[in-house]
Design a protein around this ligand. Structure first.
Ligand code: ATP
Length: 455
C-alpha cells in the first residue's frame, strides 16, 4: 500500500500494543510529544544505529568515531550562531490562543509560494491578509515573534544567570570544537570524517506527527573535512552514499526523493544543501540533510576561541581552514519512516488479515522466533533458542497460544523467520523454517540452522 494511504493512528496503536513505542510518562498523563521506545523499539533503534555506525565509521577507515557531551561551554553556541539566530517565526491566533509556525502555515496553504523570500514583516502581512480561517477557527493574528529553540538550563548549585548553559540543539558542534584534537591524536591527513550518534534538543514551536518532530531526539551526524577544492566532489559522493544507506535499510526507492535547497533557502555560508524526503502518511517530510557548510564553523570557532584551527597541508606547506560536508540523519524520523514503509495489512488464507512489518531482517527487533508446536516440546525447543543466542543471532521464544496466532504475532513485529519445533523434529533432527514475507516453509537440519539464518 502507498504510505500516503496508511493510517498513522492505526500504526501508532499497533506500536503501543506490541511494545515499540510508549507515551512518555504515561502513568502521569504523559508529557506532550514525548515518546519512549519499548522493548522492541529499543532493539530496532539499536540495530539502525549499528548499521549507520558500521557503514559510516567502522567500514570507512577515513572516518573517526567521537562521543561528545550534551552540555558544552555556552560560547560554542555564540560562535555557531545559535544564540543569535536559532529561532522559528511564531504567530499566535488570538481567536483560539493557539501558536503556529508562520512559515508552515504558508507552506501548507500556498505550496506554490516560496516562504524563504519573505521578510518577517511580509510573512506576517501575508498571513493576516490571506488566512482568515485556520485550524477550524476564525483568525486574529498576532505579529510574528522569533521563538528561540535552544533549551536553557543552569549549571551548579545556585541558579545564577551567569551559569546559564544550553542543551545542544545538534551534535555537530561537538565535532567542530574537537577538530584539532582529532587531527592531532589521529595524525590524519585531509580528507577525513568524524561522526557521532547522540541526543539533541530543540524547543520546537509545533512538535508533532508522532516521533517525526519532538523536542528531544537523536541524531547520527558526520562531518567530513577536506581541501576546499575537493569539497564539492565529497558532497556529491555523500549524497549518493546516504541515498544508498537508506535503500540498504530496506526503504523503498519510491518512498524517497531528493530535494535540493534553492539558492534563497541556503544559509549564507552554504554552497549547497540537499534533503532526502520520505513519503509519510501526512505527506513528504525531511528525513535527513546533506549540507556543504564551507569553512563557516571552523572559521567561527577560530575567531571566538582564539585557537587557530587551520590545517597545515604537508604537501604544499600552506595553511587553510578545511571545508565541511555534513550528512545529518535524525534517528527517530528514520525509525518512523522504516515502520511506515514496512507496515502492511494483507489478506491471507481463510480471508484472515495479517499485519506484517516487512522490515529488513538485519534491523528487525528479532531475526528469528523459536516456536515449539506444543508446550510439551518446549524444553527441546528452548535449547535451540539458547544455542542461537550464544551464536549472536537475535532470537525470541514463544510457546503460548496456537501456532497460527504465534505466526501472526511474529509477523506483526517484523520477525523474519519463525522456526517450529514439532514431533518429527524429535525423530529427524529437523525444524520447519517459515519466511515472514512469502510464508513459505522449509525443513532445515537443526545442526545447520545457525548457518542458514546467517546467510
Ligand atoms: P526541520 O526543517 O524538519 O525542522 P531541520 O532542517 O531543522 O529540520 P536539521 O537541523 O537539518 O533539521 O537536522 C538534521 C536532521 O535532524 C533532520 O533531517 C531530522 O532528521 C532531524 N531532526 C531535526 N529536528 C528534529 C526534531 N525536532 N525531531 C526529530 N528529528 C529532528
Amino acid at each position: 500500500m502507498n504510505n500516503k494511504n496508511k493510517d498513522i493512528q492505526e500504526i501508532i496503536n499497533h506500536l503501543k500494543a506490541t511494545g515499540f513505542v510508549f507515551q512518555g510518562s504515561e502513568i502521569y498523563g504523559g508529557l506532550a510529544n514525548t515518546w519512549d521506545y519499548g522493548p522492541l523499539g529499543s532493539l530496532l533503534s539499536r540495530n539502525v544505529k549499528n548499521m549507520w555506525w558500521k557503514e559510516f565509521i567502522t567500514k570507512d577507515p577515513s572516518n573517526y568515531a567521537l562521543d561528545t557531551k550534551i552540555l558544552m561551554n555556552p560560547k560554542v553556541w555564540e560562535a555557531s550562531g545559535h544564540v543569535a539566530n536559532f529561532s522559528d517565526p511564531l504567530i499566535e491566533n488570538k481567536k483560539n490562543n493557539k501558536r503556529y509556525r508562520a512559515d508552515h502555515i504558508v507552506e501548507e496553504l500556498f505550496p506554490e509560494i516560496d516562504v524563504n523570500k519573505f521578510t518577517k514583516k511580509e510573512l506576517s502581512d501575508f498571513i493576516k491578509e490571506n488566512v482568515k480561517k485556520y485550524d477550524n477557527s476564525d483568525t486574529d493574528w498576532s505579529e510574528i515573534k522569533e521563538f528561540h529553540l535552544m533549551f536553557e538550563t543552569f549549571q551548579g548549585v545556585v541558579i545564577d544567570k551567569k551559569e546559564k548553559i544550553y542543551l545542544r540543539p545538534e551534535t555537530a558542534q561537538g565535532i567542530f570544537v574537537n577538530f584539532k584534537n582529532v587531527l592531532r591524536s589521529t595524525r590524519s591527513k585531509l580528507p577525513f570524517g568524524v561522526g557521532q550518534i547522540g541526543k539533541s534538543f530543540r524547543n520546537e514551536v509545533t512538535p508533532g506527527n508522532f516521533i517525526f518532530r519532538t523536542r528531544e531526539f537523536e541524531q547520527m551526524e558526520l562531518e567530513i573535512f577536506s581541501k576546499p577544492e575537493e569539497s564539492m566532489e565529497i558532497y556529491k559522493k555523500y549524497l549518493e552514499k546516504v541515498w544508498q544507506f537508506i535503500l540498504k535499510l530496506g526503504i523503498k526507492e519510491k518512498s524517497i526523493r531528493f530535494r535540493e535547497h534553492k539558492e534563497e533557502e541556503l544559509a549564507h555560508y552554504s554552497k549547497a544543501t540537499s534533503d532526502i524526503e520520505f513519503l509519510f502518511p501526512f505527506g513528504w517530510g525531511e528525513l535527513l540533510g546533506v549540507a556543504h557548510r564551507g569553512d563557516f564553523d571552523l572559521s567561527a570557532h577560530s575567531n571566538f576561541s582564539g585557537e587557530n584551527l587551520e590545517y597545515l597541508d604537508p604537501i604544499t606547506n600552506t595553511k587553510y581552514l578545511p571545508h565541511v560536508i555534513e550528512p545529518s540523519i535524525g534517528l527517530d524520523r528514520l525509525i518512523l519512516a522504516l515502520i511506515v514503509d514496512s507496515f502492511e495489512k494483507e489478506t491471507i488464507e481463510n480471508n484472515e488479515t495479517r499485519i506484517v512489518l516487512k522490515l529488513n531482517k538485519n534491523i528487525s527487533p528479532y531475526k528469528v522466533a523459536i516456536l515449539p508446536l506444543v508446550k510439551k516440546l518446549s524444553e527441546n525447543a528452548y535449547k535451540i533458542f539458547e544455542h542461537l543466542l550464544e551464536h549472536d543471532i537475535s532470537a525470541t521464544f514463544d510457546d503460548s497460544g496456537t501456532i497460527g496466532k504465534r505466526y501472526r504475532r511474529q509477523d506483526s513485529i517484523g520477525t523474519y523467520y519463525s522456526v517450529t519445533y514439532d514431533y518429527d523434529s524429535l525423530e529427524d533432527g529437523k525444524v520447519t523454517v517459515r519466511n515472514r514475507d512469502t510464508m513459505e516453509q522449509e525443513r532445515i537440519e537443526i545442526k545447520n540452522l545457525v548457518n542458514y539464518l546467517r546467510k
